[in-house]
Design a protein around this ligand. Structure first.
Ligand code: AMP
Ligand code: MG
Length: 319
């Protein structure tokens, strides 16, 4: 059921139910992070391998302090600068955070979402919420309440409808390395440039990991069902001759395809707008079942373009 009743969402979460919540990145599938049985329901609903660690959400970092060993100064500075927002930090956890949440890892991922609805919801709770993206494992993340209803409608007690997600790509995950520098583990809604303005030079983990502890960093993830080809259009059309092609572009139509098969992400040449439309367009194309392959080209490798390219890299198939 979809609705906007925050009190109802809170009541359901208190009794251990699953509720889908809007955030400014993507919709999350939330449960009480301190209730192992409730967290187990998340994995069940998503069909997600239980070794995948979840991000916990709160409205104030002070509320997390009892559950973590400490908050290093450098990460506190980032929280002050970018939270609430699309920033996730890794902190050494206390035993009170169930191992199921962190997949047995000694660290827990923490985020303070900025969406006003989830903010209000979190303020009314005295426990953090564990929430992965509200999609079946491996598929692209939901950026509209309807996306959640289509795929997980029968598995959640309630879907809190907060409209379209602002960023449309997941949060940027950072950690402090052993030598004390800030490292980006997953590029996301907070750009590397913005981080560097506050933290100085940061390390960026560009190698997609095959580490099963971190599927959000897996080489193949966030993929639509229709295969994606990323590259220059003319060579793509040659390579994919005879196939029904849809084109996802930034702001320019392509002359090699009929206009009705082309989907532009931002007429204003705005990377943030493009990111927020990307997953919705992929879904729409999957749903239409009209196309055998989606062709797109790399976006400018700056700001949110880096997160878009990262998702495209992982969604793309080899041809
Ligand atoms: P999401 O799909 O946005 O909920 O992001 C979950 C992803 O965050 C996981 O797949 C991991 O890649 C990453 N993550 C969560 N917790 C940790 C952790 N403790 N250590 C490393 N990565 C983590
Ligand atoms: Mg996810």
């Amino acid at each position: 059921m979809i609705g906007q009743d925050i009190q109802k969402a809170a009541d359901l979460l208190k009794k251990g139910d699953l509720v889908a919540i809007p955030t400014e990145t993507v919709y999350g599938l939330a449960a009480n992070a301190l209730d192992t049985a409730a967290v187990a329901r998340i994995f069940e609903a998503k069909d997600r391998p239980s070794f995948d660690p979840l991000i916990i959400h709160t409205d104030r970092i002070e509320k997390i302090k009892p559950f973590v060993k400490s908050i290093p100064e450098k990460l506190q500075v980032l929280i002050d600068a970018f939270s609430p927002g699309p920033l996730t930090i890794l902190l050494e956890k206390e035993a009170t955070i169930p191992d199921l949440v962190t997949a047995g890892l000694p660290t827990v991922a923490v985020r303070i979402p900025a969406h006003p609805m989830s903010k209000k919801l979190l303020e009314s709770l005295d426990f953090p919420l564990a929430a992965p993206s509200a999609n079946p494992f491996g598929y692209i993340s939901p950026t509209r309440a309807k996306h959640v209803e289509d795929q997980l409608g029968d598995k959640v007690s309630y879907i809190l409808d907060g409209g379209n997600c602002d960023f449309g790509v997941e949060s940027t995950i950072v950690k402090l390395t052993e030598n004390g520098s800030v490292q980006v583990l997953r590029k996301g809604g907070l750009s590397v440039e913005a981080l560097e303005e506050v933290a100085g030079v940061v390390e960026v983990n560009d190698v997609s990991s095959s580490n099963p502890n971190a599927p959000g960093m897996l080489k193949s993830h966030y993929a639509p069902k229709t295969p994606i080809y990323v590259g220059e259009m003319n060579s793509a059309v040659k390579k994919l001759k005879g196939k029904r092609i849809a084109f996802i572009g930034f702001n320019m139509l392509n002359f090699s395809l009929p206009v009705e098969d082309q989907f532009l992400l931002s007429m204003n040449f705005d990377l943030k707008e493009a990111a927020s439309n990307l997953f919705a367009v992929m879904r729409q194309l999957d749903k239409s079942k009209k196309y055998e392959v989606i062709v797109t080209d790399w976006f400018p490798e700056e700001g949110l373009g880096r997160a878009i390219n990262d998702r495209l890299r992982r969604a793309s198939s080899s041809f």
